[in-house]
Ligand binder design. Structure first.
Ligand code: SF4
Ligand code: SF4
Length: 432
């Protein structure tokens, strides 16, 4: 007899276009709210007073720092990232301008939700949902670039190769997420052309150029809930999908957020929290910008990403990613336990250059591993310049004009940084 009572079932389309629907049972003790517990007044306050901005803007000092660390610790990883940046550069150029591409016919005004959903799934998107463009989740620095008339958001998730993701952390898993980014470029170009042919406009957000964080809109569109690892957990792929949004004025019906039981399940599971090599994940949820969530500690996570080919241990050890949401929820209802928890199959991982860590074992690092500059790179450089002046203040041989010139050149370099360099430096993570 099953140990847990069932509260409700969630029925989702199959993994691929022709696969049968999947019905996931949700235990009564996992019920919280559809989507994420939210305090709307707080979301409004923070988005008004402290608008969101991209990590590569507000943490650009860490991005600067990350490049040389990658170069020293995993040169192959940096080489791969640089290669990938070159491959997707033409797509990034196209993304910047695709919103101005006009419709090629007159719109009929008929609801095209199912047409678009079918087309996107045909092109390889495993999860497709619709919601409104919530301006509270548009980056401050990008606000003027988003076309205001495109008020609907089409959310698209593409699955990464399963076998390769299971080799995380390492070049194989880094390759598969770069490969998905490349595929998303082609998918977006097809979809924008298709939307234009239906008489509407479309503008692409992510993965190369993103106008805001994708997860809040995906959760709003019912495609998953955010796990304790800070990543959207979708029914088929768990944390192993890459997210992209198309803003459009096409006539569509919005989906609704869903309670998959993840919000409560993560508090019972905690595998990613226990296994994170950087100790960057928190057991307890906090209220952050109006949402109740397990917050990822950036200063503990980014050094791992820099040193270990994007890390991703929190994704590799997630039972929902490894076995799928339905088997995990079935097992929980039958036994009250987390499928795979405590096993080497699920929890074991190898850190390049450090060795293998099984359940209950974690690598140790010295404090220097986590010493990373924070904030904007220009502020960080100014502090470095000031420290240098203090250090050399009694040295009459120092050429202060030359020091000033070097400082200015460094700052100008960051202002004129091209896309390839940005990509090679950025962690590209979905972490929050
Ligand atoms: S990616 Fe970050 S949060 Fe995830 S396991 Fe690695 S260090 Fe921890
Ligand atoms: S490993 Fe467990 S706690 Fe972490 S995200 Fe996956 S289900 Fe949630």
């Amino acid at each position: 007899m099953a140990l847990k009572e069932i509260s409700h079932h969630v029925t989702r389309p199959g993994r691929r276009n022709d696969d049968p629907e999947v019905t996931i049972p949700i235990a009564t003790d996992l019920v919280t709210v559809p989507g994420v517990p939210t305090r709307e007044d707080d979301v409004n306050f923070y988005s008004r007073e402290f608008p969101l901005d991209s990590q590569s803007v507000i943490e650009s000092a860490a991005s600067e720092w990350l490049g040389p660390i990658r170069r020293n610790n995993s040169p192959d990883s940096l080489r791969q990232l640089t290669y990938y940046a070159k491959v997707v550069a033409p797509f990034a150029e196209w993304v910047k301008d695709c919103g101005s591409q006009g419709p090629t016919t007159e719109a009929s005004g008929v609801d095209v939700t199912e047409l678009l959903r079918h087309k996107a799934r045909e092109l390889g998107c495993g999860e497709v949902g619709f919601t409104f463009v919530d301006k509270r989740y548009i980056f401050k620095s990008k606000m003027n670039e988003v076309r205001p008339e495109l008020t609907n958001a089409m959310c698209l998730a593409v699955e990464q190769d399963y076998e390769m993701t299971q080799q995380t952390p390492g070049l194989a898993s880094q390759w598969t997420h770069d490969d998905v980014y490349e595929r998303q470029g082609f998918i977006a170009q097809e979809l924008v052309g298709y939307i234009n042919s239906l008489g509407y406009r479309a503008q692409v957000s992510g993965p190369t150029i993103a106008y805001g964080p994708a997860m809040p809109l995906f959760v709003q569109a019912g495609l998953g809930q955010v796990g304790a690892n800070g990543i959207m957990m979708s029914p088929h792929f768990g944390p192993w999908s890459r997210l992209q949004i198309i803003f459009t004025d096409a006539v569509v019906t919005h989906d609704k957020p869903i309670d998959y039981g993840i919000h409560a399940f993560c508090q019972i599971c905690q595998v990613c929290t226990n296994r994170c090599p950087g100790r960057a994940l928190q057991r307890e949820k906090v209220w952050y910008r109006g949402a109740h969530k397990n917050k990822v500690t950036f200063k503990r996570c980014n050094p791992m990403i820099a040193r270990y080919s994007d890390c991703g241990v929190c994704q590799k050890v997630c039972p929902i990613g490894a076995y799928g949401m339905k088997p995990v929820m079935d097992h929980y209802i039958e036994t009250g336990e987390v499928l795979g928890k405590g096993t080497h199959d699920l929890e074991g991982y190898e850190l390049p250059g450090k060795g293998y860590y099984g359940p209950g074992e974690l690598p140790r690092f010295d404090r220097e591993t986590f010493e990373m500059p924070r904030g904007r790179s220009e502020d960080w450089m100014l502090m470095q310049f000031r420290d240098k002046l203090i250090e050399l203040k009694d040295d009459p041989t120092v050429d202060r004009v030359q020091l000033w010139k070097e400082f200015r050149e460094k700052v100008e370099e960051t202002i004129n940084r091209d896309f390839l360099t940005e990509m090679a430096m950025d962690s590209g993570g979905e972490l929050s």
